[in-house]
Design a binder for this molecule. Structure first.
Ligand code: ZN
Length: 323
């Protein structure tokens, strides 16, 4: 069976080759043209079409590094199917180090978007029309927000067999079943019958090493599970933990938070996770986890107000464990 060329932007991509495109995304007030870089690896053999997207939140740059590493590992001449890689979707927020667009909208609440709407709506529409609608599968890479760091995790509809199969193949530390939020890329993709995995890992504005490594290996394992590459990294030695609900451990008071546990720690109910103290005071308030579970994420800024989200805990005890 021979593979047809892949057409993108009116151009032909020969089987077994990698091409780079720039999609026009609008002008800045300075008149500078902003473009969305997209790399397309078109395999020599037929197969599924998958997109990899990063920095939909402009300051969550982990996916940029992940996608670069994945592209380095791909060999289009030996590959089946097609990879559409968009390392920076929110190009406007990326250049200013912001989660949002200059119109203060959240791109990941602006899907499916509109070509006549706000800047965020237009960018969402452009991404749906040029990338999502041409794919069967997608992996969207995020990182923690607001000075938080996340354990490498996959979020998705784990009640869907294909999503769960690919999440298991990805092999994150935690698989989290989560409902979709209106306006997200994930909601739009599901409405279009695409299978989508959302990766979370590391901190904003950092190429967090553990997250980049987990994201790269996981994405390549998914390509292996889809039969697109024949040499994916080996599977994880231990299966991911699975969870269906999460809880925030919040600051009982303002002060300086001293964290005493690490990402991925397994907590018992009531376990001490740190203390909050005043800057020069020996007295402190103990912070305990109200639930048992695994630490999915935590604040990295120790200066906290009352009610600040200190730790995000996934309640693995209530979940089904991978058999
Ligand atoms: Zn995000």
């Amino acid at each position: 069976m021979t593979t047809e060329p892949y057409f993108f932007g009116g151009e032909e991509i020969a089987p077994g080759s990698l091409r780079e495109f720039e999609i026009h995304a609008g002008r800045l007030p300075s008149g500078t043209q902003m473009t969305l870089p997209i790399k397309i690896a078109h395999g020599a053999k037929p197969g599924p079409v998958i997109w990899l997207s990063g920095a939909i939140h402009g300051d969550e740059i982990v996916g940029v590094a992940v996608i670069r590493h994945v592209l380095e590992a791909l060999k289009p001449k030996k590959m089946a199917g097609t990879v559409l890689a968009v390392p920076v979707v929110n190009v406007f927020g990326f250049v200013t180090g912001s989660r949002y667009l200059p119109d203060r909208r959240d791109l990941n609440r602006s899907f499916p978007g509109s070509s006549r709407g706000s800047l965020a709506a237009r960018l969402a529409r452009l991404f749906v029309d040029t990338v999502v609608d041409r794919c069967d599968y997608g992996i969207d890479f995020h990182a923690g927000s607001d000075d938080r760091t996340n354990l490498p995790q996959i979020r998705g509809n784990m009640d869907d067999d294909e999503t769960r199969r690919l999440a298991l193949a990805f092999g994150p530390d935690v698989m989290l079943h989560s409902a979709t939020i209106k306006g997200t890329l994930r909601e739009t993709a599901l409405r279009r019958s695409k299978t989508i995995l959302l990766f979370e890992g590391g901190e904003p504005r950092r190429f967090s090493t553990a997250a980049v490594e987990a994201g790269t290996a996981g994405a390549l394992r998914v390509l292996g599970a889809l039969g697109m590459i024949s040499d994916p990294p080996p599977p994880r030695e231990t299966p991911p933990l699975e969870a269906r609900s999460t809880t925030w451990v919040r600051a009982p008071r303002g002060g300086i938070f001293r964290l005493e546990i690490q990402l991925g720690a397994l907590l018992t109910k009531g376990q001490r996770v740190g203390v909050i103290a005043d800057p020069a005071d020996a007295k402190y308030t103990t912070v305990r986890s109200p639930v048992a579970g695994v630490v999915l994420g935590h604040a990295v800024n120790p200066l906290v107000y009352p009610g600040a989200g200190l730790l995000h805990v996934a309640e693995v005890s209530k979940s089904k464990r991978t058999s």
